[in-house]
Write a protein that binds this ligand. Structure first.
Ligand code: C2O
Ligand code: CU
Length: 458
């Protein structure tokens, strides 16, 4: 049989440009092809995606393909490639092995480049996708702007708050627009692919209290649709939901109910867009009761073979440091291709952190002693304060340098991240570093022992 896989080629140019958030409000944005978000990249499962990234900014950049199981060399981090310098073009080329909703974003000077708009969505279609009346890709974001629509330079206190909370903007965006109105037909059901592209803002989705169905998340379809009226989408996460059918004349606010993640700035209920429901139309909706099969990697009782501890500690130099296993930017132990990984990931701090693993999907098999509501492939998962989860995953044969980190960009930048290598059995790690944050090592006890007790307040 002839393969139906194609090669899909895109060109993205990173540059600075004027971007209209709404009539009368224009900002200096940084982004791809002069739009925020950048162009939606479309492919079918199994296709080869070729993306030529030209850097027309005045500073280097790198593009990361969040959620795609690609070879390490294509992951788009400072570990796997040299930054793309101003004026240079770099070609990414990889197969997209999974259907689902993914996204790309800058992985260089992220707290600034992503804040200004350097991200976009990727939709990979699959044979098992349910038939819906329409699809929409919705990228949620915010920007912090001054009264004169400039990106805000924070003062010392502002910077300190930002380091702790992550940057939350005062301009709320869906697909780069501040006020949007979406139209859909009564009687129809749409698939909305939601991506939280914000630096730090959590999004607790509500559609006027009307129920919707979650059908997919980071790594593709769930086994069966799950009905919800509220859905928390944390930075980096994706959720695919079925929305509708509604009645003609319905006017529904697309809202963030506000989620308290224990920041200095208090969360508020806020509207992002309006949905207007027009004339009735026929539907072609077909959603099987069983969407797909997710093989369970391990049961909740599986014994963890690694622990990853996320914590926040006072620091003499930076006031606050964000740690993985007591270290900033640490080096974790290698992972062997084919070995079942059962990691206990804990959050000992008093604030939430969305944990993101590059390049691989995991299953959350236990959370605070309980089995999660449903099985799913995830690459980003929110850890509430004082929470422990167990995740299971297996590295397929893609050796190289990978990382995991908190997807609150300011926390990532402040050190809440770890590098690790995937190695083939019998292969030596490329780098003979001291694995300073490995779970079996007690090296480098934290220097400021007595300060540590203060972390109770962080
Ligand atoms: Cu979406 Cu390393 O990140
Ligand atoms: Cu964090």
């Amino acid at each position: 049989m002839q393969s139906e896989n194609k090669t899909v080629v895109y060109e993205l140019e990173a540059s600075e440009f004027d971007w209209q958030l709404r009539p009368g409000k224009t900002v200096k944005a940084w982004g791809f092809n002069k739009q925020v978000p950048g162009p939606q990249l479309n492919a079918r499962k199994g296709d080869t995606l070729v993306v030529k990234v030209k850097n027309s900014l005045n500073e280097p950049t790198i593009v990361h393909w969040h959620g795609i199981r690609l070879p390490a060399a294509m992951d788009g981090t400072g570990e796997t490639q040299k930054p793309i310098l101003p004026g240079e073009t770099y070609e990414y080329r990889f197969v997209v092995p999974d259907s689902g909703t993914f996204w790309y974003h800058s992985h260089y000077n992220e707290t600034l480049q992503m804040e200004r708009g350097m991200y976009g969505g990727i939709v990979v279609a699959g044979k098992d996708d349910p038939t819906v009346d329409a699809e929409r890709l919705l990228l949620i974001d915010d920007m912090r702007l001054t009264d004169t629509d400039d990106h805000e330079e924070r003062n010392k206190l502002g910077k300190w708050i930002e380091r702790h909370d992550g940057r939350e903007g005062n301009t709320r965006l869906i697909n780069g627009k501040e006020v949007s109105t979406f139209h859909m037909h009564a009687g129809q059901t749409e698939r909305w692919r939601m991506v939280n592209a914000a630096s730090a803002r959590y999004f607790l989705l509500n559609l006027g209290g009307k129920p919707f169905k979650v059908i997919g998340t980071d790594g593709g379809l769930l086994e069966r649709p799950i009905e919800k009226t509220e859905l928390l989408i944390t930075p980096g996460e994706r959720y695919d939901i079925l929305v509708g059918p509604f009645n003609e004349g319905d006017n529904i606010a697309i809202e963030n109910l506000g989620y308290n993640r224990t920041t200095f700035l208090k969360p508020r209920r806020e509207t992002y867009a309006q949905l207007h429901v027009g004339t009735e139309k026929d539907t072609k909706l077909t959603v099987p009761a069983r969407l797909c099969e997710i093989p369970r990697l391990a049961t909740a009782t599986a014994v963890a073979n690694r622990s990853v501890k996320l914590s926040v500690a006072p620091s003499l130099k930076n006031i606050l440091d964000f740690h993985v296993n007591g270290q900033t930017h640490c080096n974790d132990q290698p992972v062997k291709v084919g070995d079942l990984q059962v990691w206990e990931v804990s959050n000992t701090s008093l604030m939430d952190h969305p944990f993101h693993l590059h390049g691989f999907f995991f299953q959350v098999i236990e959370e605070n002693g309980k089995v999660p509501e449903y099985l799913a492939w995830k690459d980003t998962y929110n850890l509430k304060p004082k929470t422990k989860i167990k995740i299971a995953w297996i590295a397929d044969d893609r050796p190289g340098k990978w990382m995991y980190h908190c997807h609150i960009l300011e926390h990532h930048a402040a050190g809440m991240m770890a590098h690790f290598e995937v190695v083939r059995p019998g292969q030596q790690p490329m780098r003979h570093t001291d694995h300073n944050c490995g779970s079996h090592s007690n090296a480098h006890p934290h220097k400021t022992k007595n300060l540590k007790t203060m972390t109770a307040n962080m």
